[in-house]
Each structure stands twice: as structure tokens, then as C-alpha cells.
Design a protein around this ligand. Sequence first.
Ligand SMILES: *[C@@H]1O[C@H](CO)[C@@H](O)[C@H](O)[C@H]1NC(C)=O
Ligand SMILES: *[C@@H]1O[C@H](CO)[C@@H](O)[C@H](O)[C@H]1NC(C)=O
Ligand SMILES: *[C@@H]1O[C@H](CO)[C@@H](O)[C@H](O)[C@H]1NC(C)=O
Ligand SMILES: *[C@@H]1O[C@H](CO)[C@@H](O)[C@H](O)[C@H]1NC(C)=O
Ligand SMILES: *[C@@H]1O[C@H](CO)[C@@H](O)[C@H](O)[C@H]1NC(C)=O
Length: 506
Amino acid sequence: MQQLLRSVVAQLFLQLLLVTAILGEDHYMRADFPADFVFGSGTSASQYEGAAFEDGRTPSIWDTFAHSGRTNGANGDVACDGYHKYKDDIGLMVDTGLEAFRFSISWSRLIPNGRGPINEKGLQYYNDLINELITHGIQPHFTLTHIDTPQALEDEDGGWLSREIVKDFLEFANVCFREFGDRVLHWTTINEANVASLGGYDEGAIAPAHCSRRPFCAKGDSTTEPYTVVHNMLLAHSAAAKLYKEKYKATQNGEVGINIYTLGIVPYSNSTEDVIAAQRARDFYFGWVINPLVFGDYPDTVKKRVQTRIPAFTEHESKQIKGSFDFIGSNHYTTVYVKDDPNTKRDIKDFYADMAVELIFGQSTGAPAEGYNVVPWGLKELLEYLKQAYGNPPIYIQENGQMTRRNATLNDTSRMEYLQAYIGSVLDAVRNGSNTKGYFVWTFLDCLELLSGYEKSFGLYYVDLDDEELKRYQKLSARWYSNFLKGKSSRLNAITQVKENVSLSL
Ligand SMILES: *[C@@H]1O[C@H](CO)[C@@H](O)[C@H](O)[C@H]1NC(C)=O
Ligand SMILES: *[C@@H]1O[C@H](CO)[C@@H](O)[C@H](O)[C@H]1NC(C)=O
Ligand SMILES: *[C@@H]1O[C@H](CO)[C@@H](O)[C@H](O)[C@H]1NC(C)=O
Ligand SMILES: *[C@@H]1O[C@H](CO)[C@@H](O)[C@H](O)[C@H]1NC(C)=O
Ligand SMILES: *[C@@H]1O[C@H](CO)[C@@H](O)[C@H](O)[C@H]1NC(C)=O
């Protein structure tokens, strides 16, 4: 009898644990995160600002790419017109309860030739934007470059392919630290260093459209250029971080980091080959950028496979790069299976052939047809990996969000569920000791998407492109995020009421 009772009690206890575990993922509040953890949302200059030819701005490599017809005819000439509408947008940020706003500066607006004289009107715009944020208690998180190097530098020296850019980037960073650093405390040097390089110099899918495939790309060499570009980015980043530390940190007390694109990576099977392949994929995608920052050199796997096509650091460079970050910024959207692929059929010996894996974007339930897999636990596992592999560095999740077809549906239930689940996954990682310090929804507004123009969107707010005023409309996801930020429970059943409050007519 006692035996039976004990087993019933034990079972009840187990069930209780199970229920708690389930609720644990779904039911959390802002207050469950550390008080200094920051929640925000973001955009980037070429996707948001527009005013591409106004007040002295010159083209960036992105403008050139977009005008070459490679983005479904979409370009950033007007975008969301943030250059003129930032005050109203900051009003929406206040309504939403954002604690921080992540944006990037247009280098060619501030310094039109890439180097040399400052454009006073550009300087004024960023000062106004920063002041408006600060006045409303919203932290500015500032990215220096987001795939939009000045076209002038591209034409003169070859942009990121040239060592010259290290000097130019350092001077550009110096101007930003000097002019804005009294108010900006969070600096990201380069957005998605790994993907900017792979997209721009291996696949030719984004600016400046270099690759080995002709005539798809007019120029480029996918076998070497991606490695040269990341090498120069690491040198430029570490030079800027060193400058900040030596010249500004003591008085401004801010932090400097770099951003990479991350995927959740899961071995396709438990075979030794796939498990090793998964680690190789982590080394190629993340270690390529993070290993030099943490250990002073590229991962051995990468060096062995790429050999002389990847530049070597001098002892001096290695010393400068090692430790040159206060945080790692991670953009994260989805998780993939990784399968060993030793005899890869790629005709070009590029990054992907070197990595020798097959990436399988599996099918999960709940993924919108035009989106990608929704795998919230993949983010927790990624954060767990970064913690264990790199000594628990401070991390900001600088982009996370759901892509859908862009349309007038404000009832974006799936985006709301995506955010709710992914933020819950971040909380799980934080509770297990991850030093993650912030989370930013990509993106605040439906503006220009770099790969899909205006056809797809990630925004918390819809922007009516047919309206001359580009009027903004709040989506259900914004309402949910706002409630969460204002201290309400994230639990989805509380969301029924939120849904009723969203107006569906424009
Ligand atoms: C691999 O092994 C783990 C732990 O034993 C198991 O949970 C997982 O389902 C296995 N994965 C595959 C693809 O077989
Ligand atoms: C809008 O997009 C969603 C998600 O892609 C889709 O389910 C819905 O049918 C679309 N609505 C309209 C009016 O196009
Ligand atoms: C919003 O979308 C959800 C799921 O797609 C649906 O169940 C709900 O009825 C919609 N709400 C309104 C008000 O249309
Ligand atoms: C929690 O962190 C510990 C220590 O880093 C680690 O060993 C463990 O695997 C983590 N647990 C989970 C569920 O990720
Ligand atoms: C819905 O709107 C009502 C009236 O404006 C407001 O009192 C209530 O707090 C809102 N509920 C949610 C969950 O936003």
C-alpha cells in the first residue's frame, strides 16, 4: 500500500515537473530576464532611410547593386523614408515600449567620398536621431557598416578586398566615436561579417556581386576573395576596437563588438562523419570570425582545408585581434541539419567546397510556405555552444524574426508565436548561464529587405507603400511584444485579447 502511494505521489510529482517544464517555455515575463538585459528592435540605413540622393549623400555598393536590377527592381532610394520620418517612428518605438533601437549609419552619408571631409548634413541627421532616442529613454545601438561601403571606395581601391580599407574604416570609426560617443555606448563594427563576405564575394548574391560564375558575376574569384575580405574585416574591426579602447573608453565607457550571422547546426545523423561535419560547419561559419577574436587565429580545420587561400595573421595582427571585442553580435533566424559531403559536386573550390557539408533545411510544422523553419530550441543550443566553445562571451542577439510575404495582413499570428517561442528559448539559455545581454527583433518596420526587396517582410509594423505618406500600421506581433515589454505575461492565451484589439482594416 505504502509502495503504491509512493509511486502515485512520485508520478504526480513527475507530472507536475513536466507541466512546469512546458509552462517554463511559454510563460515568462520581462522581469524573468536580468534587469540589465536589453530588448529592442532594429533596422539598417540602406533598408530604412531612403533620401539616397539628398543632402550630399553618395551611392553605396548597395545602391549600385539595387540599381543594376538584381533585387526585383527594388531599391532603397525612398525605402521607409526614415531620413524624414524618424521622429514619428521613435514615437511608435515609445508606444511599443522599446528599450533600445539598433540602426546602422550610412557611411556615404557621413563621409561621401569614403574618406576625407565630413558631410555636415549627414552629421546633423545622426545627431538628431540619437538625441531623439536619448530624449525618450531609448538606448541607441549603432552599427558602423551593414553591406553599404561607399561606392567611391569600391571604385578606387576595391572596397573590402583591399588593405586600404582598414585605414579608411578606422578613420570613419574615429569620426563616429568622436561625434556620437558621448551618447552612444553600444558599437557594432561590421554587420554579418561572414555573410557579407559569402554573399558578396563567393555567391555574388548581394553587393558588390563578385563570384567566379560568368556571366552571373562580371568579376570576382570565389576561391580566394571571401577569405581575403573576412581577413580585412577582422583587421579593420580590431583596429577600431583598439582605437576605442585607447582613446575613448575611459571617458565614454561604451562597448565595441562585431556581428556574425548564425545558424542552429544539428548533425543530420549520429554517424561520426555527420557529427564531425557539424563541428566543421560551426568552425567555418562562426569560428572563421570568432576564433581569431578569442584565440588569435583561424580554426585549424579551416586553415588545413583552405591552405594558402586564407591569409595568415602576422604575430602583431594576431595579438591585436585576440580579445578585441566586448561582445559578439549574433543574427539568428533558423536551424539546419548538417550532413557530411566529402565529394561535394561544386565546380568551384570555394568556401562551401572547403566546408564539405550539405545543409538541409528540413521541413517542420508551422513554417510558413515562404519562410524558413521555426526551431526555437536551435537558438538556445547555439547560445549554449558559444558559451562552451568560447568561454561564455557577452552576446547580443541583434536580429531575430520571422519572414512572411509582405501584405496588408496585420494579424501576423505566426510572427507573434515565433517571437514568443524564440524569446523563451533565450530565457532558457540565460537561465543556464549564457552571458546573453540583449535581444533585438528584426525588424521594426517593413522596409527594404536586402534579398527580397519589398516582397517579403519581417516588421512589427506594416508600411503602406501605396500611400504617399508611407503610413505605418501596428501588427499583432508589435502588440504582443509591447505587452511583454510592459511587464505582461507572454503566455499565448493572454494573446486572444491582444488579437481582438488589432484592427484588420487599413
Ligand atoms: C542522436 O542521439 C541522440 C542521443 O542519443 C538522440 O536524442 C537523437 O535523436 C539521435 N539523432 C538521430 C538523428 O538519430
Ligand atoms: C498575407 O500573407 C500571409 C502569410 O504569407 C498569407 O497567409 C495571407 O493569405 C496573405 N494575405 C493576403 C491578403 O494576401
Ligand atoms: C488571425 O489569424 C489567426 C490564425 O491565422 C486566426 O485564427 C484568427 O481568427 C485571425 N483573427 C482575425 C481577427 O482575423
Ligand atoms: C547547462 O550548462 C552546463 C554548463 O555549461 C552544461 O554542461 C549543460 O549541458 C547545459 N544544459 C543544457 C540543457 O544546455
Ligand atoms: C485592448 O484594448 C483595451 C481598450 O483600448 C485596453 O484596455 C486593453 O488593455 C487592451 N488589451 C490588450 C491585451 O492590449
